[in-house]
Design a binder for this molecule. Structure first.
Ligand SMILES: [Zn+2]
Length: 719
């Protein structure tokens, strides 16, 4: 884009600002995770929480007026020891205000751009007070259609200084250290300060300012720019506030703020395939959806591949004394619901694979033993740690912009193929783009009968250009399903959910709050729910399905749930998933279990560690099913030659779903060959001269096992 005239970057001189009541962080004792929700409903952003001997303590930033509102709600607020109050000043070694001559963010970017041909600086819009919203492009100056856009942003929220420091370090690293091939294949953009007025205000007036500096006209100032995007704007009053004085005030209208409009215009001009919006603090990698508990994005497999899981997280936290050694990854509602938020908007409006990273969980001051929180130390070594902790994830996001369906996370978690995410009570299917709409789903129950459904995708279920998601199919008693024309299928081998017929389960209690049937399991304590043994002999491509909900907090990860499986009837167990955070609405989880293939003694158990947890529709499942095989076996096993006179014979058959097993036996029952072929195989060439074992003349039996069918043919060799 064209560079603006320098005059447009000039900042109007500010008049004296009215001195608003100063904000300060306070500790609020709440009654468990539900208390954190009630703080959100009062319009506070819960910045942190920790469990003490006295109970759960939340950290919020409050004005004197807000402290009065807390008191009126029966919540006592105590100041955080050692937290600064008022203006921060502008003489830090790491942190620089936006306006500071020579060394401020704006001056630094201008200096860098003038000195480095790889850096291109532009203003994408102006703030309420006329500051430029600066975007830096690293690499070629012009966009190119063959270079997908990737965007990184800092400081939607004024006080979250480490996010700007992270963005500035990323610019320098990309300009100085990035492999040339990376910048040749991507258009990488960084917007270090999305909210320049608020950011400047934290240096000059109030260290804990969060919002922008709109004059709300009623004596209050500021809109929460990360609640002002037009997607799900004002969806409810828990995910944002309609009250001007509140920290999460969403603004008078969707996209009412010039800072929001600038980001939207940027996306329209340079739609990012992938993006990261940096915030502080908590140690989280969040992704859509955030607006409603339990809502999952159709591109969940891509988000999981990049962001990882609690069992295999993508970002470690090496800052000393953090309460968590890694960043918890999950949908936004794992923290708390938000609406009008950036990632939900970018994902829905531009199909951007968009992340919010809450940098580091903060650590403790030596004297107060309390979180640094927003006041991260002015220590370049510590900020460097945050940067290097997050660099591998940033690079994975840049790489993924080439083709998100092939996304590989920093953990090495590979591309996620289209698959069935849940079979029952709702069918959730992840499909490749480009397939027909509507598509056809066949479902088979436990007592036979095949139901066919023709399915449209709704707008929430339509993901990026690369994947679709179904969430609106509810067919009671479905045990197997097949998506016609895609090769995708799934079958529940076992399923249980605290019903009367579900024998052999131990632990937890049952509740009528169920997603399927009449009951579900639940616990509020440290307790283990263990399944009976399931026989998986002959079954491959295995996974675990369960539906879950849980009341927890990403701030108290010591309360969590482990999922373990055993292949030896419970003698030994291995962890396959770790559940954390808040998720108080039913949603399905799929965990792949390749090591359980063919085992006779499969079991699963759910270990609650002080976690408030529900489970239902728990079962072992397979991506292979014989449920739709043509019922009468057909003599469809063909031989290229019979009797065989040559040195090779080809067996062929119609395509099935599972892995074909081919064997050749003598009439006496001795096995000559046995081979498991890749699913979808339709032929096998038998070489009669392999090695030294030349197959003697005689009569043999060829056996094909496929999708639960067994086909036999006699074969004669006469040479
Ligand atoms: Zn933030």
């Amino acid at each position: 884009m064209a560079r603006r005239a320098a005059g447009l970057l000039a900042l109007a001189l500010l008049g004296a600002l009215p001195l608003a009541a100063q904000l300060r962080p306070v500790v609020v004792r709440v009654s468990g995770p539900a208390g954190l929700d009630s703080l959100a409903r009062l319009g506070f952003e819960v910045a942190g929480a920790r469990r003490t001997a006295a109970g759960l303590e939340a950290i919020v930033v409050a004005s004197p007026d807000a402290e009065r509102r807390l008191a009126a709600a029966g919540l006592a607020a105590l100041p955080v020891p050692g937290a600064p109050v008022g203006a921060a000043g502008d003489s830090f070694s790491v942190y620089r205000s936006f306006d500071k001559p020579l060394t401020g963010i704006r001056a630094t970017l201008e200096t860098w751009a003038a000195a480095d041909t790889l850096l291109h600086l532009d203003s994408i819009g102006a703030s309420w007070q006329g500051r430029p919203i600066l975007a830096v492009k690293i690499g070629a100056a012009a966009d190119a259609a063959n270079r997908p856009n990737v965007l990184f942003m800092g400081t939607h929220h004024a006080r979250e200084w480490v996010s700007t420091a992270m963005a500035m370090r990323l610019i320098r690293w990309l300009a100085d250290s990035a492999p040339a091939g990376l910048l040749a294949t991507r258009d990488v953009w960084v917007i270090p300060v999305e909210n320049p007025d608020g950011y400047q205000y934290t240096f000059t007036n109030d260290r804990f300012w969060r919002k922008n500096r709109r004059d709300n006209g009623d004596g209050t100032f500021g809109v929460d720019l990360n609640r002002n995007y037009p997607e799900f704007w004002g969806y409810d009053n828990a995910g944002s506030s309609g009250t001007t004085a509140n920290e999460t005030y969403r603004g008078p209208a969707p996209a009412s703020e010039p800072e929001t409009q600038a980001i939207m215009a940027f996306h329209a001009a340079h739609p990012p395939i992938a993006s990261v919006s940096y915030h502080t603090y908590s140690g989280l990698v969040l992704y859509p959806y955030g607006f409603r508990e339990g809502a999952l994005a159709p591109d969940l497999p891509i988000y999981r591949a990049l962001g990882g899981t609690d069992f295999l997280p993508a970002v470690r936290d090496s800052v000393p004394d953090t309460f968590h050694a890694y960043y918890h990854p999950g949908p936004g509602w794992n923290l708390y619901t938000t609406n009008g938020e950036y990632t939900d908007w970018a994902y829905r409006a531009h199909r951007t694979i968009a992340f919010t990273t809450e940098l580091t969980s903060g650590c403790c001051t030596p004297d107060s033993n309390f979180y640094y929180g927003f006041v991260f130390p002015d220590d370049s070594g510590l900020v460097d740690r945050v940067f290097h902790d997050n660099l591998p994830f940033a690079l994975a996001v840049i790489a993924a912009a080439g083709d998100p369906t092939q996304a590989t996370g920093p953990t090495g978690a590979g591309p996620t193929p289209p698959r069935v995410e849940s079979i029952w009570p709702e069918a959730w299917v992840n499909l490749p783009a480009g397939g027909p709409i509507p598509f056809s789903l066949s479902v088979r129950g436990p007592t036979g009968g095949i139901l066919q459904r023709s399915l449209q995708t709704d707008s929430l279920s339509r993901g990026t250009a690369r994947a679709w998601w179904r969430s609106d199919v509810s067919l009671d008693q479905a045990r197997a399903l097949r998506v016609e024309g895609t090769g995708l299928a799934g079958e529940l081998i076992s399923v249980a959910g605290a019903e009367d017929a579900d024998l052999g389960w131990t632990g937890w209690t049952r509740t009528g709050d169920a997603v399927a049937g009449s009951y579900a399991w639940t616990t509020v304590m440290s307790d283990t729910l263990t399944s009976p043994v399931v026989n998986l002999v002959g079954r491959t491509r295995l996974w675990l399905q369960f539906w879950t909900k849980h009341v927890g907090s990403t701030f108290t990860p010591e309360q969590h749930g482990l999922v373990q499986v055993s292949a030896d009837s419970g003698a030994t167990w291995s962890t396959v998933a770790d559940m954390e955070g808040n998720g108080p609405a039913w949603y399905p989880v799929r965990v792949d279990l390749p090591t359980l293939a063919g085992t006779r003694g499969a079991r699963v158990r759910f270990i609650s560690v002080g976690f408030t947890w529900w489970l239902d529709a728990v079962g072992f499942a397979s991506d292979s099913t014989a449920a739709f095989a043509a019922l009468p076996p057909v003599a469809a096993l063909e031989l290229s030659e019979n009797p065989v006179h040559g040195s090779q014979v080809v067996f062929s058959w119609p395509a099935g779903t599972g892995a074909p097993l081919i064997g050749v036996y003598t009439f006496g029952g001795d096995r000559l060959i046995s081979a498991v072929l890749t699913p979808g195989s339709t032929e096998y060439a038998w070489d009669l001269t392999t090695g030294s074992r030349r197959v003697p003349n005689g009569a043999y039996i060829v056996v094909l096992q496929l999708d639960g069918r067994v086909l036999r043919r006699r074969l004669f060799v006469t040479r």
